[in-house]
Design a protein around this ligand. Structure first.
Ligand code: ADP
Ligand code: MG
Length: 344
């Protein structure tokens, strides 16, 4: 995973806000031609040729969205960037710029902030995104990160949630339930550590699910694949809150129903074995677990031949008319209305 970390501690109060920004700026490199001005003026400047701009923000608060007792700061920075990239990718648009709002209490040192930025900048480098600005403040309540991803695209390429049509195929990238399995493990280790601080963590053999929780990736590659196959999805969303909730969003916005086949939902075998430890049915984790950041999209049936054989895309159901409702079809065949029930 991402390696850590320095041992010295420099107090943020030694630098102050402006020196901190200057310090962080030295690590930032710009590569997008649309970035005219990054950090250093009152606003970033981004040049659009004949394109349309998209922006998406996520707010991450300590103890609400992340727990630093098991979430390394570099991973936090990486994840904060990636989950924003995922939101733009879910519109069929590649992110190009990122801004970062940061509030830190004096519990955090300069080195801690550097770790967060190392993660943010690693994600920016991997996804070819420029970190172009932000805001910095002290905090009385721990750490807060507000990240905004910005992208530009031809308007005709943008995919919304509301375009799914009756008979469309429901497609999913990758597999589901693993990030939730990883979270369960980390929470268990934390509880055991609090009860007995001498205990060594027992996370062996769970690399995949831990990586899915601590270092998720956004499906940039799926956009390339769709483009290569000349497919424009009719609707698309990323899976941040679990398959049930996201599919219901598409159906509600598109005014359609769906048939989702339980046996088709892809779940990694190692996630199944982790979930078994916690007595959680894999389907339940896939439907309600969240944080997998896979792409859920609908395509016309006529495009089926184009995706057939793509090992990383699975057809998990189809769209029906609104009156037929949103249904989960379990292996035994009896239909159940699909419900969004957050786990946690
Ligand atoms: P202002 O007072 O106008 O808000 P700042 O001093 O906060 O200006 O910011 C100066 C520059 O530094 C701006 O370009 C801003 O986008 C950038 N900046 C401030 N905080 C951060 C941060 N945490 N990460 C990246 N850029 C930042
Ligand atoms: Mg400011």
């Amino acid at each position: 995973m991402l390696e850590n970390k320095s041992t010295t501690r420099t107090e943020l109060s030694e630098l102050g806000e402006f020196k901190l920004i200057e310090h962080l700026k030295q690590f930032v490199k710009l590569s997008q031609s649309s970035t005219i001005k990054g950090i250093g003026d009152d606003a970033a400047v981004i040049k659009n040729e004949l394109e349309t701009t998209l922006a998406s923000t996520d707010l991450l608060l300590e103890k609400i969205h992340f727990d630093l007792s098991y979430f390394p700061l570099k991973h936090l920075g990486y994840k904060a960037a990636v989950v924003n990239f995922s939101d733009l990718l879910a519109m069929n648009v590649k992110p190009r710029q990122l801004t970062v709002g940061l509030a830190v209490s004096n519990r955090f040192s300069l080195e801690a902030v550097e770790e967060i930025y190392a993660g943010l900048l690693l994600a920016c480098e991997r996804y070819n995104v420029d970190l172009v600005g932000g805001d910095t403040s002290g905090s009385q309540t721990g750490l807060c990160l507000a990240v905004t991803a910005i992208g530009q695209a031809q308007e005709s390429d943008i995919v919304y949630r509301d375009g799914a049509k009756e008979h469309d195929l429901i497609c999913l990238s990758g597999d589901l339930g693993s990030a939730y399995a990883g979270l369960l493990l980390l929470e268990r280790e934390k509880a055991e550590f609090l009860a007995n601080p001498d205990m060594q963590p027992d996370l062996q053999g769970h690399d995949y699910v831990l990586e899915r929780q601590l270092k998720p990736e956004a499906r940039y590659d799926i956009l390339d694949l769709l483009k290569e196959k000349n497919i424009k999805p009719t609707a698309m969303i990323d899976i941040s809150d679990g398959l049930a909730s996201e599919l219901l969003h598409i159906c509600r916005e598109s005014k359609v129903g769906c048939m989702l086949y339980e046996s088709k939902i892809p779940i990694d075998p190692t996630a199944c074995s982790t979930l078994e430890i916690f007595n959680i049915l894999p389907t339940v984790a896939a439907l309600n677990g969240g944080e997998d950041y896979e792409l859920l999209f609908t395509i016309p049936q006529s495009d089926y031949d184009k995706i057939k054989g793509s090992h990383d895309i699975t057809v998990i159901g189809h769209i029906v008319d609104e009156n037929s409702g949103c249904m989960l079809v379990p292996d035994n065949g009896a239909m159940i209305p699909l419900k969004a029930q957050g786990l946690e």
